[in-house]
Design a protein around this ligand. Structure first.
Ligand code: ADP
Ligand code: MG
Length: 314
């Protein structure tokens, strides 16, 4: 392709909300063999909502939600935001009386009056969060977080989590003072175009892959809904780039589509990194393409544009 053709293609891309950082990236996209999609926020809407909150201890529901939300208050994770939203709704509208209960177990008001004072907060990437409330340790996250902290997961709790996961939800476990006190179920619906785009890619001879830090059971349920058979789950944040490198073996051109901070090493490692426009700045910086409309259809637009631009000189 002539420099003019590249310039024209870059302009066409920009008009469609596909920002291409350079002619090399534009050229590589025609040869893509694999497109790896991050699950949360890329295939899914990234609008997690709590659908279930089950308390297994004798604790009052309002108090349970206040504890969990307070533990998550310093987290930037979409799951944390979903939990805060749910707890806020419960405390503000559903049962105003529980506000009083929560307040009796001493609190410090941040933006919501019923939030409890949490100290020594730490976020554990790929696992969850931990902090101290009322002098006792609280853990909110997945099984790995519980296992690493020697928390026993009773069989009836495990069964409840499995049930959530089989219906494509993420189960979040809560331990307080070394006891497993409850579980939250979080749903994050697929983007409307996701399944059609996956099908379209396969028709173009491109293999779709899903990668996620979420657990295997939820991952498989989501992958099934979207039509992807190649799934990599329970991948630690640093591991996404390894997935890219393993698919690149034998000279395959690999694209990665992601939105999060966790995705930036993989976006950089990929031959073609595509960041969702609504994603984090770090992801956008690491990528070769930015999909400004945040629509997965633009993955196809990008490949088409490259194929059309470079087929002329062959
Ligand atoms: P993804 O690749 O889906 O964006 P992450 O690596 O961010 O996943 O997280 C993987 C898993 O770690 C989540 O599915 C969840 O189980 C757990 N996790 C991470 N952060 C939190 C949090 N703030 N609260 C609860 N669970 C969390
Ligand atoms: Mg994500």
């Amino acid at each position: 392709a002539t420099p003019t053709a590249v310039m024209v293609a870059t302009g066409v891309g920009a008009n469609n909300g596909v920002l291409i950082k350079g002619g090399d990236a534009l050229e590589r996209a025609q040869k893509i063999r694999y497109v790896i999609f991050d699950k949360t926020g890329t295939l899914t809407q990234g609008k997690a909502t709590v659908t279930t909150a089950k308390v297994f201890s004798g604790m009052d529901r309002g108090e349970f939600l206040a504890l969990v939300a307070s533990a998550e208050a310093s987290s930037e994770h979409p799951l944390a935001k979903a939990i805060l939203e749910y707890a806020r709704h419960f405390h503000d509208f559903d049962e105003p009386n529980t506000t009083k209960n929560a307040q009796t177990c001493k609190l410090e008001s941040k933006s919501f009056g019923w939030l409890l004072d949490a100290s020594d907060f730490s976020a554990l990437p790929g696992q969850g969060v931990q902090c101290f409330i009322g002098g006792k340790k609280i853990l909110v996250g997945n099984r790995k977080l519980m296992i690493e902290n020697w928390i026993t997961i009773p069989v009836h709790v495990e069964n409840f989590v499995v049930e959530l996961e089989e219906s494509a939800k993420t189960g979040i476990l809560v331990a307080y003072d070394n006891d497993l006190i409850g579980v939250l179920g979080v749903a994050d619906p697929l983007k409307r175009e996701a399944a059609v785009v996956v099908e379209g890619l396969m028709k173009m001879g491109v293999n779709p892959v899903m990668v996620t830090g979420d657990n295997w059971r939820t991952a498989r349920a989501v992958a099934k809904e979207v039509g992807i058979t190649d799934v990599r789950a329970e991948v630690m944040p640093a591991g996404k780039a390894d997935v890219v490198r393993s698919l690149q073996k034998g000279g395959n051109v690999v694209a990665m589509v992601g939105d999060g901070i966790n995705d930036s090493p993989a976006l950089a490692a990929a031959d073609v990194g595509m960041a969702i426009g609504a994603g984090t700045d770090i992801a956008i910086e690491a990528a070769d393409y930015v999909l400004m409309r945040s629509s997965l259809e633009d993955v196809i637009t990008a490949i088409d544009l490259s194929r059309k631009t470079f087929s002329r000189i062959r």
